[in-house]
Design a protein around this ligand. Sequence first.
Ligand SMILES: NC(=O)C1=CN([C@@H]2O[C@H](COP(=O)(O)OP(=O)(O)OC[C@H]3O[C@@H](n4cnc5c(N)ncnc54)[C@H](O)[C@@H]3O)[C@@H](O)[C@H]2O)[C@@H](O)CC1
Ligand SMILES: Nc1ncnc2c1ncn2[C@@H]1O[C@H](COP(=O)(O)OP(=O)(O)O)[C@@H](O)[C@H]1O
Ligand SMILES: [K+]
Length: 539
Amino acid sequence: MTELLTSAQMRTIEQAAIASGKVTGLELMERAGQGVVEAVFEEWPELAQSSHKAVVLCGPGNNGGDGFVIARLLRQRGWAVEVFLYGDPAKLPPDAKVNYERWGAGGGHVHRDWETIYKAEQALRLHMLGASITVDALFGTGLTRPLGTLHNELWHAFDLDTGPIHRLVSVDLPSGLCGDSGRLLGMEKFAVQSEAKGVAPSALAATLTVTFHCRKVGHVLAQGPIMCGKVVTKDIGLSSGPKLPSVVTILPKGCVFDVQAPFSGCIAKGTGHKYTHGHALILSGLSGKTGAARLAARAALRVGAGLVTLGTPHEAVTEVSAQITAIMLTEIDAPEILTRVLSDKRLNALCIGPGFGVERAGEFLPHVLAAKRATVLDADALAALAESETGFADLHENCVLTPHAGEFKRLFPDIAAKLAEPPTKGPAYSKVDATREAAKRAGCTVLFKGPDTVIASPNGRCSINAAVYERAAPWLATAGSGDVLAGLITGLMARGFAPHHAAETAAWLHVEAARSFGPGLIAEDLPEELPKVFRALGA
Ligand SMILES: NC(=O)C1=CN([C@@H]2O[C@H](COP(=O)(O)OP(=O)(O)OC[C@H]3O[C@@H](n4cnc5c(N)ncnc54)[C@H](O)[C@@H]3O)[C@@H](O)[C@H]2O)[C@@H](O)CC1
Ligand SMILES: Nc1ncnc2c1ncn2[C@@H]1O[C@H](COP(=O)(O)OP(=O)(O)O)[C@@H](O)[C@H]1O
Ligand SMILES: [K+]
């Protein structure tokens, strides 16, 4: 599991490294600048062939310090570099000041008349510089408040109504983006309007973002991906090892994990007969609505549950049995029958919700929860839960709730309202904060869907399965894909995976199956693609 860090955690790691005496802040800044230059040439090898022009926008903190290093390194390669400083050089933090001075000592000029940048002459000047790259080293992890008028100035200076800045390279984080939440401070309205107009969500929406040590939470949540363009992570010598203490020692609590490919040994079936791998019961809706549960059942079987049974109401038996083969069927017309069926203890995982009907779900829920099995509550079961009088009281730690944003809002209206509030200062309230709060309140694992799927459990464990950048899976936005996800989690829990682990693994496999199938994907394709994904994992 790789961590995704918050800005405060990154600072803690940096300070621990400096305190250990193995590295200085100045060395880290030099490596950061070098990392950006390396990433630029890796991204655009043609720029390494000859000298070009660059514009570097430096801010008042250490992000600006990285900018001065980049300017110096590019100039050493013969580039023409124009540096603009937003802030007072006298107030730069020590390491940034050293690099400001090194830039000056080497004959570099710094445009300090920032307030005139938006005047026509300057705008034209910037525009005519014909820079091959523009570097955004204004703010990184130290952003605490909105960019305010600075944003408008940049928008006009770069004449952005005509298109985004060409090859905008962002240092660490696009300025204006909160590193903990992926939200644009003070600019969400602007971002939504620009998205509708088809223009960039901010003047500083990057083509390439180069970050250090590891990705920050804000790179993958909310507007992070659209703002960063592409994220390259450069090692600056902070990795744990013989020299430095490990992240787990430095940050014992509160890490957010980036869900990685499951180990083949964890997916492989090993020895045992079908009952060793569990028996999942998926509750089906009424006739005409059985497709969702059938999708979930197929996914549960493909993900390796030993047996899968569809609990089907009598009037839908013909419809369901006409469309299943390896999946079994048992008639369940009423909640009491469910309780009887569940006297078979080999049925060890349950799924309720897909196509089930909200009212029926309300009737079945108390029986489902009283059975204390590993249980996925999805779709209509979530709506029923939101309306239930007992609320979350009957949920137990082996439950997994899988809301999309609409369902999340019904279940946790106050938390959703907090998340919807426009962020005005950093760190802003994030989807991670919201999901953690929801899991704590519900007393079980919550998987909050989206391209940035967040999974949290009551003990504070939190992971993100980000279907963004190189793992983008836009074809998952198709009817029924959520039902498949519910089936995957149920199947894995039948196999004995703990709820949080099942949710993480299912979310990863879901995205991987979509990416493996590619364009044209519909929900039915997802379970059928799993064998290919498993083979690639070496399972
Ligand atoms: N943490 C680390 O391990 C490393 C950090 N480095 C760089 O240092 C950056 C963090 O540096 P800092 O902590 O100095 O933070 P920043 O450089 O991101 O910005 C901090 C400064 O901006 C001011 N500020 C914040 N929001 C503002 C706004 N909206 N308008 C005007 N001023 C605003 C703050 O008061 C502060 O003076 C990282 O993003 C990275 O680029 C690198 O040099 C290498 C190592
Ligand atoms: N653009 C996207 N990129 C990646 N995953 C997506 C995207 N849109 C939706 N998904 C995923 O697809 C699934 C959709 O689930 P849901 O909204 O419940 O749909 P349905 O009810 O039709 O099954 C979720 O797992 C969600 O995370
Ligand atoms: K930046």
